[in-house]
Ligand binder design. Structure first.
Ligand SMILES: C[S@@+](CC[C@H](N)C(=O)[O-])C[C@H]1O[C@@H](n2cnc3c(N)ncnc32)[C@H](O)[C@@H]1O
Length: 227
């Protein structure tokens, strides 16, 4: 599978000298809007839910650092498959110095029996977050993400997805249709997913949809709750 294309900072420079931190320009464009959607469930002013939160496909690590900073009662566990991404996440973690952000772990969602390693085998997750992953990966990744949510989320815990989605088999904007074509050209197993198919995965794994939040540039945040 092709690597997530990392571009360095908006000024074309890496954020630090060779310390491993990578910069995804999309983070700067999307982060505030994504947090606004998640805050309804995770903001500690209204929902002080202590526990653990796992991010899948963390990429550079920029999102997880920002989320951890906003939710001191939640312990965040980032993950990815690529060594360069794991190194970037760790470098951001070191710089941030947050006590509620754990070291990244390698989790491959292509693995049907993937697991996360918490403090304890009995740890259950209050939240799982997966941003811009399931369209840039085979459908099996989405299937295994939801199966894992069924296994590891606590009752009442939430799974959040961000990305472009089709509705009733149709793209919601010409730009999403073009993006879908470019994804499928790069890899025939990739592609913008249909909301109904994703919701069906939720149903199969005991997760009900509780929120669809419209995001800038024709993206959505989907929130599912474990029954
Ligand atoms: C487009 S990037 C998004 C990164 C990050 N979530 C963000 O929004 O900045 C997709 C990420 O999914 C990860 N990924 C791809 N295939 C994966 C798999 N099978 N299991 C877990 N992560 C995967 C990639 O390494 C990459 O970091």
């Amino acid at each position: 599978m092709a690597k997530f294309t990392i571009e360095f900072g908006r000024d074309g420079l890496p954020p630090a000298d060779n310390d491993g931190r990578l910069d995804a320009p999309a983070f700067h464009r999307n982060h505030d809007a994504i947090w606004t959607a998640l805050a309804e469930f995770l903001d500690e002013k209204t929902n002080a839910m202590p526990g653990h939160a796992l991010e899948l496909g963390s990429g550079t690590g920029q999102h997880v650092v920002a989320f951890a900073r906003k939710t001191p009662s939640l312990t965040w566990w980032p993950s990815d498959i690529y060594e360069s991404h794991l190194a970037s996440i760790e470098a951001y973690r070191r710089v941030a110095g947050l006590t509620n952000l754990r070291a990244p772990q390698r989790i491959d969602l292509m693995d049907d029996s993937w697991r996360w390693r918490g403090n304890d085998d009995s740890d259950r997750l209050a939240a799982m977050v997966c941003i811009n992953v399931i369209h840039i990966a085979p459908w099996r990744v989405a299937q295994n993400l939801f199966a894992g949510a069924g296994r590891f989320l606590a009752s009442g815990g939430h799974l959040f997805l961000y990305g472009p989605f089709m509705r009733d088999g149709a793209h919601t904007a010409p730009s999403n249709a073009e993006f879908d074509t470019s994804l499928r050209t790069r890899n025939s197993d990739w592609g913008v997913r249909d909301l109904a198919a994703v919701t069906a995965l939720g149903q199969e794994n005991g997760l009900k949809p509780v929120k669809i939040a419209e995001m800038p540039a024709n993206n959505l945040v989907l929130a599912f709750e474990r029954r």
